[in-house]
Design a protein around this ligand. Structure first.
Ligand code: COA
Ligand code: NAP
Length: 265
């Protein structure tokens, strides 16, 4: 990781964490970091073999479960398995998502609904189904994206879905305090992920993307995991309803325009 970690070993000792969509990519990185700090961790995705492989990669007796977040009963069943085995849940991450590039006119109603159902309904289901299984206090984190605030061509489904996710975060923060804190993490483009393989599938697109980011690079999975640890730690005890941008400054503005300034100063 570029910046190193400020967190001490054992910070999450004995805590119980459930990561929906934790079988690959950013969410798996979050699950691994929680486990490395002492938490009991469970991950879930649709593919049962992938879930088992993820749990093996996490180690620390992690659970790998199969559930589709669009199916309330399925995600509830997975959460119950985790609380039965490890006890009340201290941390729940809603990170499952789907995305692909397509113009609105190349997208069927079902294509739009599919992404909204995974991202938005899936986040609601994961949080709603966990509520009576939570420890007090508990930390809920949804993984959102810059598309929630910044409209992006070819992603009307993901823009709409993640905008909804941001309002689920804020609304539940109001309804579920003071025992439950609800926050979001909005990653910028993260290296080595399925998301960026789909959204910037060649070196030229990557270079153009990096050019626009104030910190001039894509982020690392571990850098998102550090933010998830922070939001789940006592250091964040007074933080709820916030969306933490971990994006190299992308959401602030387009640093590509600094090229114009180079000719002026
Ligand atoms: N362009 C246009 N439409 C597309 C599409 C594309 N690239 N990919 C899928 N669709 C459409 C399908 O044609 C279908 O619509 P239809 O029934 O009208 O034909 C609809 O989307 C659902 O597709 P399906 O494959 O049945 O959905 P699924 O639930 O099996 O998979 C996806 C969900 C499509 C989001 C799939 O890409 C996925 O599983 N993604 C998870 C991984 C991921 O996206 N990671 C990045 C996270 S940011
Ligand atoms: P990824 O590797 O594709 O991870 C997606 C995870 O969700 C997998 O574990 C997948 O497993 C699971 N999943 C997908 N559909 C599901 C469903 N219906 N039910 C249950 N699980 C499901 O993606 P990623 O690129 O790391 O992205 C992770 C999160 O970060 C997403 O919320 C994404 O929107 C967000 N994000 C990513 C980036 C980026 O740069 N990659 C930037 C901003 C935000 P199965 O396929 O087995 O179900």
């Amino acid at each position: 990781m570029s910046g190193g970690s400020a967190f001490r070993d054992g910070l999450l000792e004995g805590k119980v964490a459930f990561v929906a969509g934790g079988t690959s990519g950013i969410n798996l990185g979050i699950a691994k970091r929680f486990a490395s700090l002492g938490a009991h961790v469970a991950v879930c995705g649709r593919d049962p073999d992938k879930a088992v492989r993820a749990a093996e990669a996490i180690g620390h007796h992690a659970m790998g479960l199969s559930a589709d977040v669009r199916d309330y009963a399925a995600i509830r069943g997975a959460l119950e398995q985790v609380s039965d085995r490890f006890g009340p849940l201290d941390i729940v991450v809603a990170g499952a998502a789907g995305n692909f590039l397509a113009p609105a006119l190349g997208m069927s109603a079902n294509a739009f609904k599919t992404v909204v159902d995974i991202d938005l309904l899936g986040t609601f289901n994961t949080f709603r189904a966990s509520h009576d299984l939570l420890a007090k206090p508990a930390s809920l984190i949804a993984i959102t994206a810059g598309q929630a605030e910044q409209a992006m061509a070819l992603q009307v489904h993901a823009c709409a879905a993640k905008a909804g996710v941001n309002q689920v975060i804020r609304t539940l923060a109001i309804e579920w305090g003071p025992d439950v804190r609800v926050n979001g993490i909005s990653p910028g483009p993260i290296d080595g992920t399925e998301g960026m393989a789909r959204l910037a599938p060649n070196p030229a697109l990557r270079q153009a993307s990096e050019h626009r980011i104030p910190l001039k690079r894509w982020g690392e999975i571990d850098e998102i995991a550090e933010a998830a640890v922070f939001l789940s730690s006592p250091s964040a005890a007074y933080i709820t309803g916030t969306i933490l941008d971990v994006d190299g400054g992308s959401s602030v503005g387009d640093a590509g325009r600094m090229d114009i300034a180079k000719g002026l100063v």
